[in-house]
Design a protein around this ligand. Structure first.
Ligand SMILES: Cc1ncc(COP(=O)(O)O)c(C=O)c1O
Length: 1004
């Protein structure tokens, strides 16, 4: 009824005809008017006197912005037939104002997922641009008194009675802070601002990947206020529901500042203003709740605001201030330049710090993630060994103090204990903010300059500072602090906060591992420009993401010592590595990910990049028992130190490794040939088949991959039918991939149908009077997309092959060594035993060792007089490594782990599938799992699969994709993959699957 009336008003005053859809609106009646399914307008009917009085102001503002031709959309008013932008009309007999505005095409911020830094930057930038262009706009209405105007926010004080005691604890500090800073705040530049960049007013482009800000709508709350308030409002909504709201706010601030420069003073108010905007919203909500107790929606909608206030309150306001400064391109600390100048002009000797030491020169000790000196986790956590190495280094360099560590990303702190939750998953606090001086315990540490004790205590506990002192120093108008960690607590017990300490006086003695957090003796020396309200601690490491901020707050101690050795040692960046690799390494080497990863360290199921960023690895089944497993590494190192030669000599390692393999295999498979790679293993297996049978014809599956040598490429349709492939060799015979999900035959009981294909192939080979050499297949076809073989297929296929005189080769390069969970070898899933088994990737846990195991009969026939010599295959080092890898599988019960964690993961993925139907098939065994992504029409979703893998990498989880249609996510992590790591993977998948690019219905 109302719509009809409005339609006739639109026809009368605007000559516009179309259809209306009602939209949400707080005070106005809002509609979308669509004409001929194309052009759209927004129709606003205002009946509220307050809104009506603001219409002329909004109209003038929009026209002003139009004249400025700013980038992005500003919804323009459409003139009516009388040439004005508003019309007084009667609707249902009541006076109202009718306006028509241009429709801003796009979707709302509130409907956009994910919201990433680029979009937040865009929001800040767009808003800054508007603010910049409103600088010269004046209007009397803008001066009205308005509860949403932050500069008038103290009205909330009258309503504090609506809050509980706990709520008040969150609210009052922001009110107090606002009052404390009101004087300077009142002097901040003012202008007319939008004042309501909330998530329902920000229009974002429809692009599902890297969307852009299209415009900001609804100028109903525009008012004259401190310009920075606009940014505070945008930040408040732009960081809602984030894990780390401060980090989320920084791109908004950066984008804004680049469009509309903020003063350092203005930035100093931002933290409190964001808090205060939340307080206004929550007070409004509390008032509404009281007047509409029946409205449950009000309760739900205030929840995120409370959650944010809770988080925001926990953030140190100074830290936020310094972060905002940094985001704007200022030095994070206002005194940094002064400190640097002072540092340049004054040099301090290490003799002052350590007067008992004759030496002054330093020797840099690299403890960075890529440091080889530090060795692996087991080595650096073995303090006696670590200490021993330090002492050896000291002995070898008697005239030098071993030191280093400023801004060094260290693996020492990449354990989960040092993780914090970022907006993109857990990240490690691993960048070291001080310099460490490695000297014996009891070494006296003296004051470099006059100071006052601000902290002196024993920070007890594992990996803590132990005896800990912070001194404050006053130099002219500037003060800063020096921090001393890892002292003997007894030696500092006499210091009291407030004590003056003269230059050269004793601060304390270096502690030992028993009293300094279980570290080898050293001094952690750090400079601080601010205590950030810490009174009993101060962080010595921070995240790589915040490194630039902390570098400004904790300047380089070498500014004082000026040692050449302590200057930052730059490690190659990704940009340094790429050009050489591109020019001088094989052009067909591929690199994973749109932004390549430089990986320099691994442990367990983690890979770590050069900056100490840890990635949960669900891809590398080569690191079978965990990356750089200490006992496998040790086995290799020890043997390598003693002997490495070829198999023409006797060595027990060869027998031991062969026996360890044979012990895991069914009876009959008992002769081992060692080689160096999976390709070589399959190449040899094929050669055995040719020699034993006298035939040349090999049956393989479509989409199979068996290696990179000429022979193995010849049986790998994944390669010869893929990009750059030469097509199928004439003696290779392909059967359709036995894929019961989406292959030639689908559903249960298709094993015999696929086996029929083997029969047919054999018949055709025989028709041509040719001899079958063998049949090669993986038990779960990996490159084909983790495709398990249908029941009974392998038994029937093997029977047919053997009946035709051929040999059966099971390629266990991916699937072997316990990964299947229920069985040690993949073929065992199907109750068969092959004639030849090829083993690769997992056997050496990353070291190149592979093997071919066959029956006595095959081995006998293969030994036809031609020697099998392999320079590297079966050497004592590789064999030591292979034996230890298999030993670890047993000792650490990793097959059981694969079974338990794998079953859990498959079950949980099936649950996830119910919520996200694009996950069409979940399949696999143990820790060898595939997830196939298809549209409702069963079409492969390659782009979506690649999107998932790339976004998971952003969340710190590595995944790979495969399958003929590139639409299968593969999960094949190191076998130490734990339940909690599985949970993290599931959590990440659920998060990304909700993102727009994946959740928009796929009906292709
Ligand atoms: C099933 C299978 N066989 C053989 C190979 C070849 O092994 P390598 O790369 O060690 O030569 C691979 C490698 O990915 C494989 O997946």
């Amino acid at each position: 009824m109302e719509s009809n009336e409005i339609l006739s008003l639109l026809a009368e005053h605007y000559k516009l005809k179309g259809s209306l859809i009602p939209l949400a609106g707080e005070l106005d009646l809002n509609y979308k008017l669509t004409i001929d399914n194309e052009t759209a307008f927004i129709v606003k009917i205002s009946r509220d006197p307050e809104t009506i009085s603001s219409i002329a102001f909004q109209e003038a503002l929009l026209r002003h912005l139009k004249e400025k031709e700013i980038e992005g959309e500003v919804p323009q008013l459409i003139p009516n037939l009388s040439g004005t932008y508003q019309k007084e009309v009667f609707l249902n007999g009541k006076k109202a104002i009718l306006r028509v505005l241009q429709w801003v095409e796009g979707r709302l911020w509130s409907q956009t997922n994910p919201i990433l830094s680029d979009l937040r930057y865009g929001l800040g930038n767009h808003l800054g641009n508007i603010a910049q262009n409103l600088q010269d706009f004046k209007h009397p209405f803008a001066q009205r008194s308005f509860e949403w105007n932050l500069s008038e926010c103290l009205w909330v004080e009258q309503h504090l009675g609506l809050f509980t005691a706990t709520e008040l604890e969150l609210v009052t500090p922001f009110i107090t802070a606002f009052k404390t800073h009101q004087e300077t705040y009142n002097q901040l530049p003012k202008s007319i601002i939008h004042n309501d960049a909330n998530d329902h007013n920000i229009v974002v482009s429809q692009a599902l990947i890297q969307p852009k800000i299209i415009g900001i709508i609804d100028y109903g709350d525009a008012c004259y206020s401190q310009t920075i308030n606009d940014l505070a409002v945008a930040c408040t909504y732009g960081i809602m529901d984030t894990e780390d709201p401060l980090a989320a706010s920084l791109p908004i601030v950066k984008g804004y500042h680049q469009a509309n420069e903020l003063s350092e003073t203005a930035v100093s108010h931002l933290y409190h203003l964001i808090g205060m905007r939340l307080v206004i919203s929550l007070t409004k909500a509390a008032i509404n709740k009281k007047s509409h107790p029946e409205n449950k929606y009000l309760l739900v909608s205030e929840k995120p605001a409370w959650a944010l206030l809770h988080k925001w309150r926990k953030i140190n306001s100074k830290r936020a201030y310094y972060s905002f400064r940094k985001a704007c391109g200022f030095k994070a600390h206002p005194n940094l330049a002064k400190f640097e100048q002072w540092g340049k002009a004054n040099t301090f000797s290490l003799k002052t710090l350590f007067p008992s030491q004759k030496k002054q020169d330093t020797l840099h000790l690299d403890l960075s993630v890529s440091s080889l000196w530090i060795e692996n986790e087991a080595a650096f956590n073995d303090l006696t060994y670590f200490q021993y190495k330090i002492e050896r280094l000291q002995e070898a360099n008697p005239h030098k103090i071993i030191a280093g560590g400023y801004l060094e990303p260290r693996p020492l702190y990449t354990s989960e204990d040092y993780d914090i939750q970022s907006n993109e998953g857990p990240i490690s606090r691993c960048v070291h903010l001080g310099v460490d001086f490695w000297l014996p315990s009891k070494t006296p540490v003296h004051a470099l300059l006059d100071g006052r004790v601000v902290m002196a205590l024993d920070r007890k506990g594992e990996k803590e500072y132990g005896g800990f002192v912070v001194l404050e120093h006053q130099i002219d108008a500037m003060h800063f602090y020096t921090l001393y960690g890892h002292l003997d607590p007894e030696s500092i017990a006499a210091h009291k906060v407030g004590d003056a300490l003269k230059k050269d006086s004793l601060i304390g003695l270096l502690g030992n591992k028993e009293n300094n957090g279980n570290w080898a003796p050293h001094l952690h020396f750090q400079i601080l420009l601010d205590l950030l309200d810490y009174t009993e601690d101060f962080p010595g490491v921070q995240t790589y993401q915040e490194q630039d901020l902390w570098a400004d707050l904790c300047p380089d101690p070498n500014l004082l010592f000026k040692s050449e050795e302590l200057k930052p040692k730059l490690k190659p960046t990704t940009e340094d590595i790429m050009p050489f690799r591109k020019k001088h390494l094989g052009k067909s080497l591929s690199i994973q990910y749109q932004e390549p990863l430089q990986v320099v360290r691994g442990y367990g199921a983690y890979l770590i990049d050069q900056n100490g960023q840890k990635y949960l690895d669900t891809v590398n089944n080569v690191a079978h028992v965990g990356h750089e497993h200490p006992s496998v590494v040790k086995a290799g190192q020890q043997q390598m130190a003693v002997l490495n030669t070829n198999t023409r000599y006797l060595h027990p390692n060869l027998n031991k490794a062969a026996k360890a393999i044979i012990d895991t295999l069914p009876k009959g498979l008992e002769v081992v040939h060692f080689v160096n790679s999976g390709s070589e293993a399959n190449e040899l297996a094929l050669r055995m088949a040719y020699t034993v049978t006298g035939g040349k014809e090999v049956i393989a599956s479509e989409h199979g991959y068996h290696g990179n040598t000429n022979g193995t490429i010849g049986v790998s349709s994944y390669k010869f039918n893929g990009k750059g492939g030469q097509g199928k060799p004439k003696d290779t015979h392909l059967i359709p991939m036995p894929d019961a999900f989406r292959g030639k035959y689908r559903g249960e009981n298709t094993g015999s149908l696929y086996a029929q294909e083997v029969h047919k192939t054999i018949a055709s080979i025989q028709e041509q009077q040719k001899t079958l050499a063998g049949f090669i297949i993986e038990p779960i076809i990996s490159c084909g997309g983790q495709v398990p073989l249908p029941n009974n297929f392998l038994a029937l296929a093997y029977k047919a092959v053997r009946a035709a005189g051929g040999l059966c080769i099971s390629d266990e390069v991916q699937t072997g060594c316990g990964r299947m969970g229920t069985h040690f070898w993949g073929f065992e899933l199907y109750g068969v035993s092959p004639d030849i088994v090829t083993i690769g990737k997992p056997l050496g846990n990353g070291h190149p060792v592979a093997a071919v195991v066959c029956t006595q009969e095959v081995a006998q026939k293969f030994a036809n007089g031609m020697e099998f010599f392999n320079t590297f295959g079966g050497n004592p080092v590789s064999c030591a490594i292979a034996s230890e890898t298999l030993n670890v599988v047993k000792k650490e019960k990793l097959q059981e782990n694969a079974n338990q964690v794998g079953s859990y993961l498959i079950q949980a993925l099936k649950t996830l599938q119910k919520d996200f139907p694009i996950l069409k098939d979940i399949r696999g065994h143990g820790l060898f799992i595939g997830i196939e992504l298809l549209s409702d029409q069963q079409n492969p979703l390659a782009l979506e699969t690649s999107y998932l893998a790339n976004r998971m990498k952003d969340l710190g989880i590595l995944m790979s994709t495969d399958g003929p249609d590139h639409n299968v996510l593969k999960i094949k992590p190191p076998m130490v993959f734990s339940f909690s790591q599985a949970d993290r993977l599931l959590h990440g998948l659920r998060r990304v699957l909700k993102e727009d690019f994946l959740s928009v219905p796929k009906t292709l």
